[in-house]
Design a protein around this ligand. Structure first.
Ligand code: ARG
Length: 280
């Protein structure tokens, strides 16, 4: 039997990033955050700069959101809004420490020509809402409520598939699942309820499954343009699987930001366009 590796195509994308100028771990709102562990802000900026440079080298457009003092998690722009098909649903953060970020996202999206809607229910943007093909995969758990999925469906205008997150280490969908292309994903089954595993298996029978080691390295917090996949270097099994599936993995470590529970994906909010994007 011969197996052929699928041909993968990069699509030029637009991302919103925010420099970690005021980055720190001053509170703990997820199990990764330990405020007693020192953080090197200069190193964080340098590592973030490498992410920006990589996205630009791949031909993507990088927009920036101005950082604000006293908002140390603002670097994680993907949590500030769910953006699908040119529509934006601004986050309502679960924790008061992050709540003021929403206003800055709202202002940015208004200035950029969107008509952003502010979420009425707790929901944390692309952290928990990932478009794939004609659908949106949505996580419910410590941050986004299941009721917020219905709100997102109305605002974003696409069917939402609800997935329940069950392990506090994987508190956003983008810590446990990554969209690789219009029809392929990778995920960590133990992070989801039995029912959600069933749904994922039905929708994506050929998905790439992450090992424990991949998942605890936050290997699923990956940015894919359909061909190149930026992910933490320690996610070795995932990297090998991506190669075998015709993707081009690009290892990139953000060790300072990992101390806050974040990786490449949560630093890059994809401004998912109304059309299909530009093939390269
Ligand atoms: N400290 C941030 C928080 O807990 C990290 C967010 C990272 N985002 C992500 N999608 N993993 O909100």
């Amino acid at each position: 039997m011969t197996t052929t590796t699928p041909t993968r195509t990069a699509v030029r994308r637009r991302y919103l990033l925010c420099p970690p100028t005021y980055f720190a771990v001053e509170y703990s709102i997820n199990p990764w955050m330990d405020p007693s562990r020192p953080v090197d802000a200069v190193a964080a900026l340098r590592q973030w700069g490498a992410l920006c440079a990589t996205l630009r080298e791949l031909g993507h457009r990088v927009e920036t959101l101005a950082p604000r003092p006293r908002l140390p998690d603002m670097v994680f722009t993907a949590n500030g809004a769910a953006v699908v098909g040119g529509r934006a649903l601004i986050a309502r953060f679960r924790h008061p420490q992050r709540a003021p970020e929403s206003g800055f996202h709202q202002a940015w999206f208004s200035r950029a020509g969107y008509r952003p809607t502010r979420a009425g229910l707790p929901s944390e943007g692309q952290g928990d809402f990932l478009p794939v093909g004609a659908r949106i995969l949505a996580g419910s758990g410590p941050r986004t409520s299941a009721a917020a999925h219905r709100e997102a469906e109305q605002v974003l205008g696409r069917p939402v598939v609800s997935l329940a997150l069950t392990d506090p280490r994987f508190y956003h969908l983008d810590t446990a699942l990554a969209v690789l292309s219009e029809d392929q994903i990778m995920y960590y089954p133990p992070a989801f309820s039995a029912q959600s595993n069933h749904v994922l298996h039905l929708l994506f029978p050929r998905a790439i499954l992450a090992t424990d080691a991949d998942a605890v390295a936050l290997g699923l917090n990956a940015v894919s343009d359909g061909l190149h996949v930026i992910l933490p270097e320690a996610a070795r099994a995932l990297t090998a699987r991506l190669h075998a599936e015709g993707f081009k993995p690009l290892p990139l470590d953000l060790p300072e930001l990992l101390k806050a529970g974040g990786g490449p994906k949560c630093c890059a909010l994809e401004l998912h366009p109304a059309g299909g994007g530009e093939r390269q």
